[in-house]
Design a protein around this ligand. Structure first.
Ligand code: HEC
Length: 143
């Protein structure tokens, strides 16, 4: 009786050990699957949002990006906030700015100039291009 019990229990133990190891492995795989799934969802969300940004039309994209990224210095109407003026940001309606080509404006938004920070790492090419166009709309809307 005792002998039998002794004989059975080690094998049971090893079985259990093997079982818990594979369980642990399964759990780890599960975590990885969840992380992978989360990454895929994130990638999808990003690609959807860029697709809808492109679909919104360049003028909208420029106006939207300006409102989120540039107004803190240049103001919604492009004349400049107190912060912008303190940094010597020009009125975007001014001839000096309006004489710049879209390429020059895009270049400055990408690389920055003096107190204006560069945006090439935070904005897409489409956004910068749309902003360059949007800056030119200040030349038409005289206030
Ligand atoms: C932190 C404040 C700040 C932010 C944010 C900012 N700018 Fe500027 N911007 C400036 C300053 C300062 C200048 C003047 C640079 C100079 O000529 O010394 C300037 C100049 C400009 C000019 C005139 C070109 C020139 O040669 O001076 C344009 C056009 C312009 N900004 C567009 C933008 C756009 C578009 C954005 C948003 C992506 C933006 N700025 C965000 C501060 C800012």
């Amino acid at each position: 009786m005792l002998d039998k019990g002794k004989c059975v229990s080690p094998s049971k133990v090893s079985e259990n050990a093997a079982g818990s190891v594979s369980l642990r492995r399964a759990a780890r795989l599960g975590t990885m699957a969840i992380a992978l799934g989360a990454m895929m969802v994130l990638a999808l969300a990003v690609s959807v949002s860029t697709a809808s940004a492109k679909g919104a039309g360049n003028e909208d994209l420029g106006a939207k990006t300006f409102k989120t990224t540039c107004v803190m210095c240049h103001g919604e109407d492009g004349t400049g906030t107190p912060t912008g003026k303190a940094l010597k940001a020009p009125d975007l309606h001014s001839d000096a700015v309006q004489k710049m080509t879209e390429a020059q404006i895009a270049e400055q938004i990408s690389n920055g100039k003096n107190s204006m920070p560069p945006f090439k790492s935070t904005l897409s090419k489409e956004q910068i291009q749309a902003l360059a166009k949007y800056v030119h709309t200040f030349g038409k809307k005289h206030k």
